[in-house]
Design a protein around this ligand. Structure first.
Ligand SMILES: Cc1cc2nc3c(=O)[nH]c(=O)nc-3n(C[C@H](O)[C@H](O)[C@H](O)COP(=O)(O)OP(=O)(O)OC[C@H]3O[C@@H](n4cnc5c(N)ncnc54)[C@H](O)[C@@H]3O)c2cc1C
Length: 442
């Protein structure tokens, strides 16, 4: 049963996190306003927009994320496939080389889609716009919070926004709930300080990852797989993701750890591909027609903010998406974790609004914890993160490396690994006796 939570909710930021949050809230509030700084006119941006520069690079949507998005917007997967997204079956059409080992292939029945980030966002935005109670206010910059402490407890009462082309004072949007989904630059930390609240503890894992992406048109029939993923590992700081995407294009993203900066120069780009991917895949890339320039990105760290540990937090405010926790992107988790958080918010609202912030932050922390464990665990082993490795982390690293080796000839081990990294199963699934046996047998 759906319980009404209030009259008006405002979601700040229309990235993937904001869009999914708006959908979750639409079941509980009479009206939802989605505020976005960029211009989203028409059906949405075609290319990567200013507020989401990472949209230029490969954006894997993990199977768990796709499942939740489909649950929130029934039929959207088929709609995207009909519009050109590439449908694939996990470890049938996906060639995975992890820890230097090429995984065995087997049907899993688990389907995914491969598309560019602007494409995914455009389709989800289309669905959000179609919700009768959601209004999208684009070209509108969030400038501040409205607060109300007349009841003795500090509460957020809305936001102020400045819309491009509108003259005069900032517009006020009173709201029962405000959700900050403004990405890595979310404003809640500054707002908490202004309101006299403590900042949450921050966990920072230094990653120093660099990306270089080139859109390519491959010669017909030159690649037999739909996705090729080659992961980095200790001793090999260079990785590659090759993804077939909408518009009969391929996206080639190079990912480098510290000491191996991903190159902008075409000759260096090809040399990297030659070094990392199997020869026939490299030959297909070399034969491709480049579409535009190589684009670069740098990601210094993964950052998790522990709002669930705060004892005081203003009412009427929540935080989601990258503003709550952002990840080393090489594991492709951000959008799927944003989907998990939107799901957690929905579940919490089903129980009413009493103690909402405390309940939501606890539920979101639980939902994102497996992804955080997986990505930071792998990062601690692979690079100098500034965080010491515990004996347990050392054991897990050695175990996962053995598992990756086993996955090269044992399809069940490959399935176990891909289900956990796809966030379908918890990391503890890797320690099931049936998997352990395969790992120990080697
Ligand atoms: C290089 C790179 C590659 C990545 N690859 C993957 C991947 O493969 N798979 C994956 O799942 N995730 C990936 N991610 C992460 C993913 O992009 C995010 O986790 C995901 O988009 C959720 O982010 P978000 O919606 O919280 O924030 P964002 O997507 O950053 O969106 C924030 C929105 O807020 C708006 N905004 C900001 N400030 C204001 C303001 N003052 N007023 C109004 N609007 C504002 C911005 O314009 C933007 O639209 C990658 C990230 C990077 C950097």
């Amino acid at each position: 049963m759906i319980r009404r939570a209030g009259k008006h909710a405002v979601v700040l930021g229309a990235g993937m996190g904001g869009l999914l949050t708006a959908r979750a809230l639409a079941d509980f509030y009479d009206r939802v306003t989605l505020v976005e700084r960029d211009d989203l006119s028409g059906e949405g941006p075609d290319g990567p927009r200013r507020g989401v520069p990472q949209g230029f690079h490969a954006h894997a949507l993990l199977p768990r994320g796709l499942r939740i998005i489909e649950e929130l917007f029934p039929g959207v997967t088929e709609e995207m496939v009909a519009a050109g997204a590439v449908s694939y079956e996990m470890i049938v059409h996906l060639r995975m080389i992890m820890g230097g080992h090429e995984f065995a292939r087997t049907p899993t029945g688990e389907r995914g889609i491969s598309a560019t980030r602007p494409f995914l966002e455009r389709h989800v935005l289309g669905r959000v716009r179609a919700l009768p109670t959601v209004t999208v206010r684009d070209r509108s910059q969030v400038t501040g919070l409205m607060t109300d402490d007349s009841s003795g407890t500090a509460r957020v009462a809305g936001v102020r926004i400045a819309t491009a082309g509108r003259v005069g004072a900032d517009e006020e949007l009173p709201a029962d709930l405000v959700v900050d989904v403004m990405g890595r630059g979310g404003r809640t930390l500054a707002w908490l300080e202004t309101m006299g609240f403590e900042r949450p503890e921050e966990e920072v894992v230094k990653v120093e990852v660099s990306y270089a992406t080139w859109y390519l048109r491959l010669p017909e029939g030159s690649m037999k797989d739909r996705l090729v993923l080659v992961g980095t590992y200790p001793g090999q700081p260079k990785g590659v993701a090759l993804c077939q995407v909408e518009g009969d294009r391929w996206l080639a993203t190079l990912g480098g750890n510290a000491g191996a900066p991903a190159p902008a120069d075409p000759a260096d780009f090809f040399a990297w591909v030659d070094e990392v991917v199997p020869a026939e895949v490299a030959a297909a890339v070399r034969a491709a027609e480049p579409l535009g320039e190589i684009g670069l990105a740098r990601i210094p760290a993964s950052v998790r903010r522990h709002y669930e540990r705060l004892t005081r937090f203003p009412e009427g405010l929540l935080v989601a998406g990258d503003a709550l926790c952002n990840f080393n992107p090489i594991y492709g988790q951000g959008m799927s974790v944003a989907a998990l958080e939107a799901s957690a918010m929905r579940e919490c609202l089903r129980e009413g609004t009493e103690g909402l912030a405390r309940r939501y932050f606890t539920a979101a922390a639980k939902a994102l914890d497996p992804a955080w464990q997986l990505s930071t665990g792998a990062d601690l082993a692979a690079r100098d993160t500034g965080v010491p490795m515990t004996p347990q982390a050392r054991f897990m690293d050695a175990y996962v490396r053995r598992l990756q080796r086993a996955a090269s000839h044992d399809a069940e081990a490959a399935v176990a690994f891909t289900r956990v990294t796809g966030l379908l199963d918890p990391p503890s699934a890797l320690m099931r006796p049936s998997v352990m046996w395969r790992v120990l047998r080697g």
